[in-house]
Design a protein around this ligand. Structure first.
Ligand SMILES: Nc1ncnc2c1ncn2[C@@H]1O[C@H](COP(=O)(O)OP(=O)(O)OP(=O)(O)O)[C@@H](O)[C@H]1O
Ligand SMILES: [Mg+2]
Length: 332
């Protein structure tokens, strides 16, 4: 028998898109976006209201047609093999698809019917998912009585009935309280780690993308303004700093003289010294202040977050969508 050495193959792609475009009339909602998502990874599409997140999910899941672009999903051409794409994916939309008049188990059994599971297999799958999502006790309650978090979990459970290899989650945690959000994060992590599925999620929460995603793309007005791991995106912007707050203008002037590379803010009486939050950096700053007998009121460590990535790349904060006052930015 001959042994053949094959080089390690890169993971096959779950989604690839080139020049994906969507227009309504002469308004381009998606302006030629490119995507490459390897199987078994979590991809987060991050963007403010109206950026085009839901539109992207709807196109990739065959719900609406693209205006232009070449797209492959789960190994199939999105247009020519739409049926095969649909068979491989699951979609949890931005707005709940559960039937309020049915109870939780009935909703799951309905999905099992849609996926042509036989009755016994359908019941087994429903019970398994109710247990996994900790909804067993509420299984016989009408969904109308569910909280937002329970409803969101049931929504995702329904998506999983057909065992999709690729799941689209459009804002899975919007409107959930911090605890329910964490539960949902655990569930999503489990899907990837235990079942090896690929997750494409959209979110307006930077922390969520940071927590869950292997790769993050920032969508703004239908254009991808940045793409990378959370760390790569953080590296694209000015690094962290240590912020000193001084008691008054004389102290600020004295401190500024000690740290020539720092940025001072005369209104806020602060001095931003480039550096990380490690103990040696902190000690060096405090020692320098001590030696010169300059008293500071506070020292805080500032690590760049994805918020700043967004701000730097688009000039707007993702939540507010407001334009940054550039005169103030320049003054820093
Ligand atoms: N059927 C349509 N006709 C015209 N414009 C549309 C249509 N559907 C969506 N749009 C526009 O496309 C843009 C993107 O909408 P989309 O729903 O994809 O945004 P989103 O990123 O999902 O926002 P949100 O965070 O609010 O859910 C918006 O300006 C929206 O008004
Ligand atoms: Mg949306």
């Amino acid at each position: 028998m001959t042994m053949i050495n094959t080089p390690a193959r890169p993971r096959p792609a779950a989604v690839t898109a080139e020049g994906l475009t969507k227009s309504y009339g002469d308004k381009a909602v998606l302006d030629g976006i490119d995507l490459h998502i390897p199987q078994g990874t979590v991809f987060a599409l991050l963007g403010p209201n109206g950026a085009g997140k839901t539109t992207t999910v709807q196109i990739l899941s065959t719900l609406i047609p693209a205006s232009a672009g070449r797209v492959r999903v789960a190994g199939h051409d999105l247009v020519r093999e739409a049926g095969a794409v649909r068979a491989a994916i699951g979609v949890t939309g931005q707005f709940s698809a559960v039937d309020n008049l049915l109870d939780a188990r009935e909703n799951l059994l309905l999905m099992a019917d849609l996926h042509h599971l036989d009755r016994r297999e359908g019941r087994r799958r429903a019970s398994e998912l109710l247990a996994r999502f900790e909804l067993t006790e509420a299984a016989a309650r009408p969904v109308a009585t569910f909280s937002g978090g329970m409803r969101r979990k049931l929504d995702l459970a329904m998506t999983l009935v057909g065992r999709p290899r690729l799941i689209f989650l459009d804002e899975p945690t919007t409107g959930l309280d911090p605890r329910s959000r964490r539960t949902m994060w655990e569930i999503i992590r489990g899907l990837v780690a235990d079942d090896g599925v690929t997750v494409f999620l959209t979110t307006q929460y930077l922390e969520e993308a940071d927590q869950l995603a292997d790769r993050i793309a920032l969508l703004d007005h239908g254009t991808l303004v940045a793409e990378g791991t959370a760390d790569e995106l953080k590296r694209q912007i000015p690094g962290g700093h240590l912020r000193l707050r001084l008691p008054g203008p004389p102290e600020l002037a004295a401190a500024a003289a000690l740290f020539p590379s720092a940025a001072r803010d005369d209104d806020a009486l602060t001095l931003d010294i480039p550096g990380d939050g490690g103990i040696p950096a902190l000690r060096a700053v405090l020692d320098t202040l001590d030696r010169a007998s300059v008293r500071a009121e506070a020292l805080t460590v500032h690590t760049p977050g994805l918020d700043e990535v967004f701000l730097t790349l688009t000039g707007r904060s993702p939540q507010a969508g407001a334009t940054v006052d550039s005169s103030r930015e320049n003054a820093r």
